[in-house]
Structure formats: structure tokens, C-alpha cells
Design a protein around this ligand. Sequence first.
Ligand SMILES: [Zn+2]
Length: 378
Amino acid sequence: MKETVKDIDILAISKSTKVIDTFCKMKNVREVIAKGKTKATIFLTEGLEVDLRVVPKQSYGAALNYFTGAKDHNIKLRQIAIKKGYKLSEYGLFNRKTEKFVGGRTEEELYKLLGMNYIEPELREDRGEIESSIKNKLPKLITIKDIKADLQMHSTFSDGINSIEEMANEAKKNLKYIAITDHYGSLKIAHAMDKKRFQKYSKEIDKLNKKDFTILKALEVDIDKNGNIECPNEILKELDFCIASVHRAFTMNKNEMTKRICKAMENKYVNVIAHPTGRLIFERDPYDFDFKKICTSANQNNVALEINAFPNRLDLNDSLIKEAISNKVKLTIGTDSHSIEHLRFIMFGVEMARRGWCEKRNILNTLDLNKFIKTIKR
Ligand SMILES: [Zn+2]
């Protein structure tokens, strides 16, 4: 669940080499790069490299741990093993003197033998998880089952391709409530609404709320280059929820950008800063700001920061999420869906939250509707 992957590693338990033969003969193999008795590497027609490793049953946990990484995490585990008189490899944990197999059938067994609590794969980055595990202080990570809401999505009222009703009907299969956050203002590429169309939007949401599912009347509004919200108060005050974001004038120095976002948070109608760093993976770097100051301002104004779950955003990223929650900042997850197909991206938001050490209590989407409304109140 890192943001991007370079290749795929597959691990199998087998006594025969048949699994390797079958793997190398799959339909979409463009090239077999290497093939041995326990290992093969292929290149797919889709343009991705895939490694297959075959290990004995008793090695599965140790091998899974080894190939999951990250490298820095594994190096530390090996050092701990040495201190305890063991040797750790992808084949298992062995007694250093007798070279007898001690364990490693499962990852759980491996961590236990090393005197540690099980560490979830998302945490294995050597960012303090090993020390926390030894001290019994690992977070109880949030899961997708804890999520009751999706707090950013768009409809045909701005740049989405499904109606509000279609979005709601799809969302209610898994969620208790949603926020529809269509664009308001002058953002032309996003088909932003004006006052007149907002009235229609507002009526449509009121009408749909007479049914069995709650749709928060919300907007995604622009933060102009001076930190003002590009939406009149008479509109803002009609909302249940409001997210604000930077969509242009990205190039600014660190000081100016920090001030701009902090000023936006001072607007009493703003509840969330969406995709706070503005980065697009492989496309646009995050803008420069003082994150510590953003966190302080978020807390002072009771504004949450978003974990945008859209795959090319994933913004905040894992390390900023960790920093945010260590500063006690509240977070929301929004898929930024522009069609019903995108609603499933909520899992990527949850995964980012997990990589950032979030528990259920750190994420506002886990609250029941009434509690949520009370919590965001300014
Ligand atoms: Zn946006």
C-alpha cells in the first residue's frame, strides 16, 4: 500500500517446480527474464515485472516478511535476531550455533519469537514501529469497517459524471452518510456553480434527504491567492459542511503559502482543507508550506485536514498524516469521486491513514452523523 509500486513479488509454497512452469507460460508473459527451481522473473505485456519465489512451507512467514520489506525494517529485525542468538533470513529464524530452525512459519510467529507484537505491513518503514512494538505501544490501526462516511465527492452540478442521487444510491451500500462537495466559484475547468445553480443544487439535496440516507449539503470552495474564500457568506451559511482548497496560483514562497492556507482556516465556515499539499503523483510536486504552522492553525480553528483518497493525489501522504496526528490534528478522508466508480477509492484513503499510524479516533469519517456534526462545529 505504498503510493506507487515498481514490480510485483509473489510468494508461493510448493514442493514441485510446476508452479514456476505455469507462471512462465501465462498468456500475458512477454518475456521470461529468469527461471530457476525456486525463482522466476517475467515481464508482462502490460509492462510490469513480476517475481515469483517458491519456498518450503515452514519458511512462509519469514519469506513473506522479507519480501514485504521495507529494507530498513528488515535490517533492524535481523539485528534483534542476532542479539537473541538467532539468525534471520527469508527461510526462517535459526539458532546461530546449531543452525536449527526455530520458527517463521507465519509472520505472527516470527515477531513473537523476536519478543515483539505483530507489526502490520503498512507500518514497516522503520519509523519507530519496532520500538513501539517492543514497548507494547503500537496503534490499533483504523480499518475500512470503521468508515461511516465519504467527505468529498462531485456530481453533475460541477465536474462529476453522475447525479447526486446516483452518487448517494451507490454510497449507501457501504456508508451511513456522505457530503456532496461540488465546486462553487469561478473554477471554469471544474464547471463550478454560481448562485443561481447553487439554489437548484440546494433544493435537490433537500429533496433527496427526505429519503433514507443523509447527504450533507457541502461545497468545495477555492482559496484565492490572498487566502480569501471565493464564495459569499450568504451561500456558505446555508451549508452543513465546507471544504476549501487551493486550485491555482501554486507557485508561491513558503511563507506566503503558509499564510494563505492559515487565513483560509480562519474563515468560520471552513471545516476542512482538501488535498492540503496539492501534489499530483508523477505530475506536480507539493507546494511549499510550514506544516507545523498549518497544524497549529487547524487546531486553533477546529479545521480538519483531508486525506484525499484519489489515487494520483493521496494527499496528505503517510508521513504528513503521522505528523498531523502527533500534533492532534483531526483528519477526514474524501474520495474526491467524480463518478460512482471512484467511491471504492475510500480504501486508499484508509490505507494512507494506516500508513500514517491512524487509529479510528483520528479520522472524523468514523463518527456517527450527530457526533460528526457536533465535532466539526465552529
Ligand atoms: Zn479539489
